[in-house]
Design a protein around this ligand. Structure first.
Ligand SMILES: [Zn+2]
Length: 167
C-alpha cells in the first residue's frame, strides 16, 4: 500500500493525501468497515448530517466505513475510482498521482434526503455530490411536486446519503 496521510483539506475538513507517487491503476486502499443492511444504516445515521455508508452491489448491503478510506473526499474530477470485487471495495488510481496530491473519487451519491453541495473546485464541478442520474431524478421529482402544488413535504431529517460507484 502506498504511504498516505490524513491531513486538513481544502475540499472538506480532512482528506487523504499521497506521500509518494502512485502510478495509474494502483489499488491504493480498501474501503473497510462493518457490513450492515441498508435498513440498519438508516437507523444508525438517523438525524446525522452525513454518513460513511458505501452501497454494495444493488445497495441492500452497505459498508459502514471505518478506516482511512473514510477520509477520501469527493471530487467531480477525481484521480481515483472505487472498484468492487467479491464484496470488497477498493480505491484505485485512475491516473498517475503525484506525492502531495489529495486522493479523491466521485461519490455518486444516491438516495439521500438532503442537498449535498460540492466544493471540489474542479472546472467540471456539477455542484453536487449526487450522481448525475440522481440529480436528473431529483429534478424530475421537484418538477412533479411543483405541478401538483403540494405542501412542501419535508423529509424526516435523517440526511442519509449512501455512496456507490458510478455505473
Ligand atoms: Zn464538484
Amino acid at each position: 500500500m502506498p504511504r498516505l496521510i490524513i491531513r486538513s483539506s481544502d475540499i472538506h475538513a480532512a482528506g487523504c493525501f499521497a506521500l509518494e507517487n502512485i502510478p495509474k491503476r494502483t489499488r491504493i486502499l480498501e474501503y473497510t468497515g462493518e457490513r450492515i443492511t441498508k435498513a440498519e444504516g438508516d437507523i444508525r445515521y438517523e438525524g446525522r448530517p452525513f454518513t460513511y455508508l458505501f452501497g454494495l452491489g444493488d445497495g441492500e448491503v452497505v459498508i459502514d466505513g471505518h478506516g482511512m478510506a473514510m477520509f477520501v473526499n469527493h471530487s467531480c474530477d477525481p484521480n481515483c475510482e472505487t472498484d468492487e470485487e467479491a464484496g470488497r471495495v477498493y480505491i484505485a488510481a485512475i491516473r498517475d498521482i503525484a506525492a502531495g496530491e489529495e486522493l479523491t473519487y466521485d461519490y455518486c451519491l444516491y438516495d439521500g434526503d438532503d442537498e449535498a453541495p460540492c466544493s471540489c473546485g474542479s472546472k467540471s464541478c456539477r455542484g453536487s455530490m449526487y450522481s448525475p442520474e440522481e440529480l436528473k431524478k431529483m429534478a424530475r421529482a421537484a418538477a412533479r411536486k411543483k405541478k401538483q402544488a403540494e405542501p412542501a413535504a419535508k423529509g424526516n431529517g435523517a440526511g442519509r446519503k449512501v455512496r456507490t460507484k458510478s455505473k
